[in-house]
Design a protein around this ligand. Structure first.
Ligand code: UT7
Length: 367
């Protein structure tokens, strides 16, 4: 059975930065409160022409470059997101088109902030089963578009960004070792976006009542998160036959510094074994784990052979963890430049649109 290795990685965040001081000029809050209660100092916010797909493609191109793969080498794209560009088509299909990954099947996965772990597990299982060889797993969000900038309980928390991993089949042992996935739908009300779906389609009243914004019972989510984070990490470790002594890095979902502290206490690990960057990005939901991982790699913290545990929680409620043996890119002589394929991707995309238009005209004349 092949192993599923993590062989490429990349991240992208919007340029615009919103600091706590900026927020204090917009609503009744202050830098000290936000830092004390969350650990956040600033976050990146998407501007008008930035979307989950554009951030995702920027991250994916970097990930493909590290893995030395062309977009057409990819068999599967899973985009985990809670801020999809449309209910349908899937954001993953927009990414597939922009990237020129013409051989890939693409779909979105919705498991909120835990989504990246669920998506990694799905991709790894597809590789392990032998049905695919190369997968692109992306976490991409512009949740600030769904934030009520008058609600100080939520608007201080979220930031935008994307992170991408390439997963590849290899006969060499390593890569994804284990994963656990959990859900408890009875807690769905504690973090939700009530309107815009088929239960409550958007209309004048839902907009007037602010039901198209994120609604959150912060204390309930905090209690849930502190209960499940450490436990899920331990479960994934046990499933992989590892203990906390074997692990170099825990990479948690970056929602709140205090939640990460509680997980560290539960696991009896010092905080310096946790990758933490919530101070500079806020909560980027499903993108937070790959963004934190890419930063840690770029700082030289993660080395080949390190054992790593990714752990997250989020709306749903959902939570989970995944243990991995970090092995880096697979050895290859080939050097590819995925960015250069994007011009062709654009041309091919327009040609396909044109072909559909001509097809429509011919059918119209014949019928
Ligand atoms: O990916 C999952 C996403 N969600 C989360 O991870 C959220 C988890 N929960 C949390 O991180 C925390 O519950 C929050 C950061 C949201 C809130 O922190 P807290 O320590 O639980 O504060 P609280 O809600 O208990 O509020 C304490 C006080 C309240 O005032 P009173 O009622 O005691 O007078 C709030 O009105 O702090 C007030 N408050 C603020 N004050 C200044 C709430 N937000 C703010 C604010 N600035 N931004």
């Amino acid at each position: 059975m092949p192993y599923a290795h993590i062989t490429g990685w990349g991240m992208a965040v919007p340029e615009k930065v919103l600091t706590n001081d900026d927020l204090s000029r917009m609503i009744d809050t202050n830098d000290e409160w936000i830092r004390d209660h969350t650990g956040i100092r600033e976050r990146h916010v998407a501007c008008e022409n930035e979307f989950p797909s554009t951030l995702a493609v920027a991250a994916a191109v970097k990930a493909l470059q590290v893995a030395n793969l062309k977009p057409t080498d990819i068999d599967l794209i899973i985009c985990s997101t809670s801020s999809p560009e449309h209910i349908f088509p899937a954001t993953a299909c927009l990414i597939q088109d922009q990237l020129g990954a013409s051989r890939a099947g693409a779909f979105d996965l919705s498991a909120a902030c835990t989504g990246f772990i669920f998506a990694m597990n799905m991709a790894a299982q597809s590789i392990r089963s032998g049905s695919i060889k190369n997968a692109l797993v992306i976490g991409a969000e512009t949740l600030t578009r769904f934030v009520d900038w008058n609600d100080r309980n939520t608007c201080i928390l979220f930031g935008d960004g994307a992170g991408a991993f390439v997963l590849q089949a290899s006969d060499q042992p390593g890569g994804v070792l284990s994963a656990v996935m959990h859900s408890d739908g009875s807690g769905g009300d504690s973090l939700s976006l009530p309107a815009g779906g088929s239960r409550l389609p958007a209309n004048e009243a839902t907009v007037h009542e602010g039901k198209h914004y994120i609604h959150m019972d912060g204390r309930a989510v905090f209690r849930f998160a502190t209960r499940v984070m450490g436990h899920a990490a331990k479960e994934a470790l046990e499933l992989a036959g590892l203990t906390t002594d074997d692990v170099q890095w825990i990479i948690p979902h970056q929602a709140n510094y205090r939640i990460i502290e509680t997980a560290a206490k539960y696991l009896k690990l010092p905080l310096d074994r946790f990758v933490i960057n919530v101070d500079r990005y806020g909560n980027t939901s499903t993108a937070s784990i790959p963004i934190a991982t890419v930063e840690a790699i770029e700082k030289g913290l993660i080395k080949n052979g390190d054992k790593i545990v990714f752990v997250g929680f989020g709306a749903g409620l959902t939570w989970g963890a995944l243990a991995a043996d970090w092995t880096g890119p697979l050895p290859t002589e080939r050097r590819v430049h995925p960015e250069s394929y994007r011009t062709w991707a654009r041309v091919r995309s327009w040609l396909r649109r044109l072909a559909r238009l001509i097809e429509g005209l011919i059918w119209g004349r014949e019928s």
